[in-house]
Ligand binder design. Sequence first.
Ligand code: 6PG
Length: 249
Amino acid sequence: NNNNVVVGVFDKEYLAVSLAQYVANLSNKFINQRGAFTVTLSGGSLINYLRKLLEPPYVDTLEWSKWHVFWVDERVVPKTHEDSNYKLAYEGFLSKVPILPGNVYSINDALSAEGAADDYETCIRHLVKSNVIASSSSGFPKFDLQLLGMGPDGHVASLFPGHPLVEEDKKWVTFVKDSPKPPSERITFTFPVINSSAYAALVVTGAGKADAVHSALRVSENSEKLPVALVSPEDELKWFLDKDAASKL
Ligand code: 6PG
């Protein structure tokens, strides 16, 4: 049910080059259109695949001061903890580009899981009201680009196969207390928020992902869909696969 699904299969070295070009094009497009670029980050290897953005020509030419950065999901740990998605993104990416500190919307690590989920949703509601984040016709926030990874089990964000939160259709942000992958407590965007975005990129590498990639892209009418197969942004979904992850297609 996507208007547009694009599948790219890349050599390991070229994947990061191609992802940088894609993110740069969307940054330019949205900054020209609306004066801001709202982009969401995930944990895992994704941050490492953004590394070409830290090099010329991108590092010198992108309008970093117009970027607004969010998290698709976060673990309920202090920002200094090695499990923190914020720490991973800060050390590997955000500290190396001139994004304004006030435009980095990390999840509050001083609150409980419930409190942090509410706080993040409130923050995003304010940014939709003030038009920093666009709004979809259904009233959900419309991020310009969501950058997603996928686990070997087909999870995206902290939405895991068979978990009831996969079906959540009202909340924008929710907490998870029983994640099958540790740490068990997390904050995550829901599918309506993921799927109200304009663009989404799924960055998936390694042979351990090949079965889930196959299942997501070759899903038959009546088989049960993995969470990743539900990703369906408004304008375009682009898969960035390496040859190992694409080996069963
Ligand atoms: C988590 C991870 C997870 C990750 C995927 C893909 O929250 O436990 O961050 O969601 O994004 O498992 O990670 P890799 O790309 O590193 O395999």
